[in-house]
Design a binder for this molecule. Sequence first.
Ligand SMILES: Nc1ncnc2c1ncn2[C@@H]1O[C@H](COP(=O)(O)OP(=O)(O)OP(=O)(O)O)[C@@H](O)[C@H]1O
Length: 326
Amino acid sequence: MTGAPLIEVEDLRIDLDDGERRVAAAEGVSFRISRGETFGLVGESGCGKSITALALIGLLRSPLSIGGGVIRFDGREIQHLSAAAQRDLRGNRIAMIFQEPMTALNPVSPVGRQIAEMFVLHKGKSWREANKLAVEALASVRVPAPERRVNDYPHQLSGGMRQRVMIAIALACGPDLLIADEPTTALDVTVQAEIIELMRNLCAQRGTAILMISHDLGLVANVCRRVAVMYAGRIVEERGSADIFRKPSHPYTQGLVDSLPRLGSRAALGRSRLKEIAGVVPAITNFPEGCRFNPRCAQATEMCRTTPPETDMLEAGGLVRCHHHA
Ligand SMILES: Nc1ncnc2c1ncn2[C@@H]1O[C@H](COP(=O)(O)OP(=O)(O)OP(=O)(O)O)[C@@H](O)[C@H]1O
């Protein structure tokens, strides 16, 4: 590990331009991830997690675009790289896996070929060599009988096996950063745990940093050392994973913690309902004045309705954006 961050996001703003006006879908987003570190981005659907990830890898497309701020990867500003250099960065140094592997995999190409392609395109290997490496890559993600499975098409594999193939493709070139956006949301719980364990182990062995994105705070805190909580396009709290559970500082984080089933609790046993956060995430075009969480917050005061809170450093370590933080 070196002291310099692997990726550094400073005051990032993402604009949505609907042809008539330009609004900020995300703003003031700042965080850093060191080499080999595990960092989570958590929040309900629509808070801006995925668009932040897409901005990091230069894949935002119209009507969304970067409206301000800086993204540095290994000291270089991503926005100022040529399209070819950005492509190279994506294949070689930053990889991404998504919720539904079927949309990322090519349905008419055997999975072995799709893995081998990474070695040919990004590492200059011959097809013969790349095919051998593809079998090894499938074995590394514990796909049984990899020498036969390389010939399978994506539809011949289960959801869990397809996600293993995606991990093999993502890690083929030995990236420095793996972005995992809801990687197991479509899978059932036991398969989910296996895939997370596999991803975590492989990245730890290879020193690959993870940016994990999910609506599930329990899952993210289990995998990541640090967690940033996002609400309505802003990071509202950033803490060490253990602290987030022990002493959440922002009322929104508190709400996310309260909505998690606890082992052995009545809710976990299905006998009572979990405590949900009342209300919904506002649409981008309708962010409230002041603190964006104020309409859903039991602690909101007049100041919360008029003045956006600044980011405060917490004595115990971490950051929070709330006028009345704990
Ligand atoms: N191509 C697009 N055009 C217009 N709005 C978009 C587009 N992509 C995302 N958005 C909007 O940007 C906001 C943030 O979306 P984003 O996908 O980042 O949320 P998220 O927190 O990742 O949630 P989810 O888990 O549902 O993907 C949402 O309000 C979404 O509707």
